[in-house]
Design a protein around this ligand. Structure first.
Ligand code: HXC
Length: 287
């Protein structure tokens, strides 16, 4: 059964804005990234999602494809973002099967709560490698294709050509904007992710590429927040009270931010961080 559209994005977006464009997304079978990809595909695009787990990635791709008849969604499992060669091979396969890469999302991440006293060197390194090195590897694998896409876009001679291309989004977290216990590994890794996006924005802007970060706040029905809500209802209420808009976000609100940043309307937005958290990080602290 296809997921109804209003469950994963706002109805304001115009059908076909990503017609025949290709999105490459790491972590694309996860709760947040799969909705970002679903919105892109619903609006006319095709996609390739990457993950470590073969079954989860392949069935995730099949599920996303149900959103629009005729769409092409490939799931490449057994790809670890820490392995640059494997990621490059995945990007090459995506381009070969779908005709290029116009958009990329570096979404694969690892997280757990641990005090520094129980965080081994290897545990710290694992999250640094998945989040920071994995995002870097994603950019390196996709950028040659994004440059090609941006070139076509530039050659059209219009400042608002139909359909955009050459856009990259990195998924971050807000913990390091404010400071947060039990997240030393994630704060370090996501600070690096923000700066990798900035480096792409600066070095590839001249090629017509834009690179931006989306920082999701506490989003309901994600693995992390499910863990939190199982632990203690009072913690959940306290978390909601700490957010100026008074609630956790919905996954579709991250998908909407993605559609905007990939759309023509965001053509001059480059090297920025879009924090989608109801204003929480501006108050006492991150989720
Ligand atoms: C302390 C831990 C730990 C924990 C793992 N480690 N879990 N240390 N507390 N809870 C340590 C291990 O003991 C090991 O160190 C090292 O981390 C690597 O663990 P492996 O399992 O060998 O590594 P790997 O298979 O690569 O797994 C990576 C991972 C894992 C990050 C540790 O959790 C993972 O694959 N996660 C992917 C899914 C995920 O995390 N999704 C959340 C996305 S973000 P030693 O020293 O023993 O060798 C998100 C935001 C929510 O959800 C935020 C709120 C919580």
């Amino acid at each position: 059964m296809p997921v109804p559209r209003e469950e994963f994005m706002s109805p304001i977006w115009k059908d076909g804005i990503f017609k025949d464009k290709v999105l490459f997304c790491t972590g694309g079978a996860g709760t947040i990234c799969s909705m970002q990809v679903r919105a892109f595909v619903a609006l006319g695009g095709n996609a390739c999602i990457i993950g470590r787990n073969v079954e989860k990635t392949e069935s995730g791709a099949k599920d996303i494809a149900t959103v629009r008849p005729g769409s092409k969604v490939i799931g490449l499992g057994n790809v670890d973002v820490r392995d640059g060669q494997a990621l490059k091979a995945a990007a090459d396969k995506c381009a070969e099967e779908l005709g290029g890469i116009d958009f990329a999302i570096a979404g694969a991440a690892g997280n757990f709560l641990a005090p520094m006293s129980q965080l081994s060197t290897n545990a710290f390194k694992s999250v640094m490698d998945i989040d920071a090195l994995g995002s870097y590897n994603t950019a390196k694998a996709c950028l040659p294709y994004l440059v090609e896409s941006a070139k076509k876009h530039k050659n059209s001679g219009k400042s608002y050509p139909t359909g955009t291309g050459g856009r990259m989004i990195f998924i971050s977290a807000s913990f390091h904007y404010v400071g947060r216990a039990l997240q030393a590994h994630v704060m370090a890794a996501k600070a690096a992710v923000d700066q990798i996006s900035n480096a792409v924005a600066i070095e590839y802007g001249p090629y017509g590429i834009t690179s931006n970060v989306i920082t999701p706040g506490p989003i309901a029905k994600t693995e992390g927040m499910e863990r939190l809500s199982r632990s203690d209802p009072e913690t959940v209420e306290r978390s909601k009270r700490s957010i100026p808009v008074g609630r956790w976000g919905e996954v579709k609100e991250i998908a909407d931010a993605t559609v905007f940043l990939f759309s023509e309307g965001a053509s001059y937005i480059n090297g920025t961080i879009m924090v989608v958290d109801g204003g929480q990080w501006r108050t006492s602290g991150a989720a």
